[in-house]
Design a protein around this ligand. Sequence first.
Ligand SMILES: [Zn+2]
Length: 743
Amino acid sequence: MLNRRTFLKTSAMSLPLVAAIQTLNPATISAEAIADAAISGVAPKLIPLPARLAPVDPSTLPWQQNIRRVGQSNMTEHDPAVMNIEEWADYWHTAGADIVFISVTGILAFYPSKVPFHRHGKFLNGRDFFGECVAAARKRGMRVVARMSPDLNWGDALDAHPAWAMRDENGSVLRNGEDSRLFRTCMFTSYMDDYVPAIMREINSLYDVDCFYTNGWPPIGSLPNCHCAICSKLPPSNTTAYWSAFNDRVLELWHKYDAIAKEKKPESFYFANLGGNVRCGPNLDRLGKIAAWFQADNQGRTSDDPAIWGCSLQGRVCNAMMDGKFAANVSAAYSTGTVRWRNASKNPDEARMWLNETLASGMALYYHFIGSEAGFGEDRRWQKIGSDYFQWAKKHDAHLKPRRSLANIGVVMGQNTQLFYSPPPATHAHDYMRETTQGIYATLLDGRFAFDFVHEDRLDIGRISKYRALLLPNIAILSDHQCQQIRDYVRSGGSIMASFETGLYDENLQRREEFALSDLLGISKAGDVIGTNGNAYYGRIERSHPILDGFSNTNWLPGAQNRVPLKSVPDPVLTVVPGFVQYPPELAYPPASHTDEPAVVLREVASSRLAYFPGDIERTFWLTGHGDLLRILHNTIRWITQDEAVVHVDGEGLLELFAWETTPGYAIHLLNYTNPNAHHGWLSTVNPLGPQTVSMALPSGVKVNAVDLLRSERTTPFRLEGSVLRFTIPRVDDYEIAAVTVG
Ligand SMILES: [Zn+2]
């Protein structure tokens, strides 16, 4: 790991931050002094936080925005035969759940439904299991989500309504991969227009529920590929034209179901299963405008996303789209992963870290186990983990609910690029854009930068002007309008770091002849993408520059796996040494050791700084872990931001940082990922970190009453040096939150 701190420690010319601070007289230190220290290369310039938001009376908010803990025992067909409803309700109530999910379903009715084809579970025996659960929850003051599942149904429904099924190219019915008795229903058919509303209206007529939810739809992380009579008339799946039709249908149904939910009471609403982080199926901008509840079905690490920060990544996506509305992350207490045991508890440290990340990234806690039979009988280990965590969190609700992010860096998500971009053919990438996202994420995390995600459809200046810099990691697909918004942002003083094919495609995936941002970035394309055959290309150091700080004793640096060749620029900092064979070693030398092709292009325009890497540098860092790539990315981010920071956390270890304004003050969340299983497998231990010193510049007139460490439940002393608040968190186990209460 290479970050500011280790860099400083290895530099004989620099003092570690703590030592540098000690040389300053605390009685006279000021924000200006801190700024001076930063210029000397010791610490970033602390930018004063914005004026605090006006207070909001929580009773004026929609009810769901005051929900902090969600409980779900995901009910199986067998549960009516074995589940003790009182025990179930007692567990979630005692744990402190504000709301519980209770299964209505659509695949199997948990009540005596009269809707045709709503098959009663075989252990229901005429009983109103759903109604009994609703009553037990209500008796204990818990709210109720009516959970449905419209994605599958049975053969009798198919016989009567063959049009309801998804079909392949040959017209064959698509079936569930694990139980072929169930067919997959098509979202464009009357199944969604008639069958689902009939169940919702039946529930509204019989019970008092707070809202409705559909599991299994819309799809997460991919788009449907159906060839039924209706879908055959749509554009082919996996095209932007199909995505438009898909999004229109998702929104049409969402509005329709929401209106049905409200037929009984206006404060009710509908929401659906989401997730997939930056690769969410539906357009996040459009959905974010109508969703009252973002259900992040992001239950644990996957083989595609094996890093521990998967839940935090999802939380940043929710924060980008919900604007303070409600989001919850469905955290599995059961064993998630490629090989899964849905009825066995997972490692406690892993389960807790997922809950930590949920809170740190601004979402509400949501704990989930499958089947009350297994959950309350066979394997009960998950219960204490969840109830202890919920009860701890309940004590600190005020500090744990964010009002707004304090981050000063925005990372463009590029949902369009995530879903539709085709990488260079020779890359053999498992998942090119997923690797790109992980590369920039790991870079920012390792550098302890405070950052948000920004959706490409939300680049209006009012939203992004809070960021000192926008990062565009191979955001290949950008419309002319989005490019103009980026130009306007730079004109207003913002900075940019972009890479590889950013802006080379329009929103309809049409490839442009030239970079759409060529004028802004000062770049011009000289050919098509060049990949690697053996040795990847190098960047030859042409002159000194802050982005090369810390490099010595070398004439060149690693480049990336792929690059877009550029025309020459005046006074380059790095030039490309083209790649060559790596085997046989006799031939592993550069035929051309010098070119005028730039390997980075840097510009300064007024207070804006612009950096463009022609290589896929973020993704190449993720593939290799190469410290040179990390250093150059860190240096570049610091250069374009002019080394400005909103919060600085100095100390050992790999940790993820979140900084929020809260109702009582501020909350600085530190997630300790210093663990042998940070990148693979599950956490099985906690490796505590030593002292972390936090510095932040408060808005003028804001006084500090206390700094409380919520996880270790102790206070910590603080110093105010002018407007700069400093305190030390002595130890971080898996997670710590420094809650600053202001007066
Ligand atoms: Zn279809």
